[in-house]
Design a protein around this ligand. Sequence first.
Ligand SMILES: [Zn+2]
Ligand SMILES: [Zn+2]
Length: 253
Amino acid sequence: MKRAATETQSKKLYHYFSVISVTLWLYWLFILHHNQGTEKNMVLIRLIVGPLQANCFILADEKTKDSVVIDPGDDAENILKIIRAKGFRVKYIVNTHGHFDHVGANKAIKDATGAELLIHEGDAHVLASAPQHSRAFGMIPVSSPPADRYLKHGDVITAGEISLKVLHTPGHSPGGICLLEAGMVFTGDALFAGSIGRTDLPGGDLSTLLRSIKTNLMTLPDDTKVFCGHGPASTIGDERRENPFLNAESGFE
Ligand SMILES: [Zn+2]
Ligand SMILES: [Zn+2]
């Protein structure tokens, strides 16, 4: 009897702490902006997932509940818990690139929601090599199903009022993409707050990455919010002024 009571208590405690930890793992950002006179009501949720602390984003249309999951790198259960709690319908899973820390929960989210998996065609082979790549990093091997559809520069992914424009930004990986909505851009591992993506992995190239950032990102308005594949958010203006990799001494012209 006493033991049963203790078990119930510990279950309660576990539940309590798991609720707290899930709450701490995400923040809410309500975005309201005007689009041809109509207001878009979108919700953006960030979760930090997996041992490499990648950012997974859930972007949802509040009215229709249509949503897009960007880079479900790990922790499928936490991602699905939020999707179910909010009643979101996941239309697409989009990988900014195929590295294992951004794709580990693709299968579980796809199986649970029926969403289509999208990636740039240039990273199809990177996605396929996620098991070897994760093993080389000393991680539990990660795998993903192949994409349902390949993206190319200029494509637009729509879900409810969400409209994400695909910008091909190779350099960190051959098929790396950024996703542009009005006033915000998801940069994957191309651009970080105060840094840029590594270019020493297979298919990486520094001058290609700098050119991608210059032509696709530094042409955006200063107040564009930047949501990176790892670490905190920034703005295009802050990165233009302060990112040490984006000045002439670093080969950025
Ligand atoms: Zn990466
Ligand atoms: Zn990464």
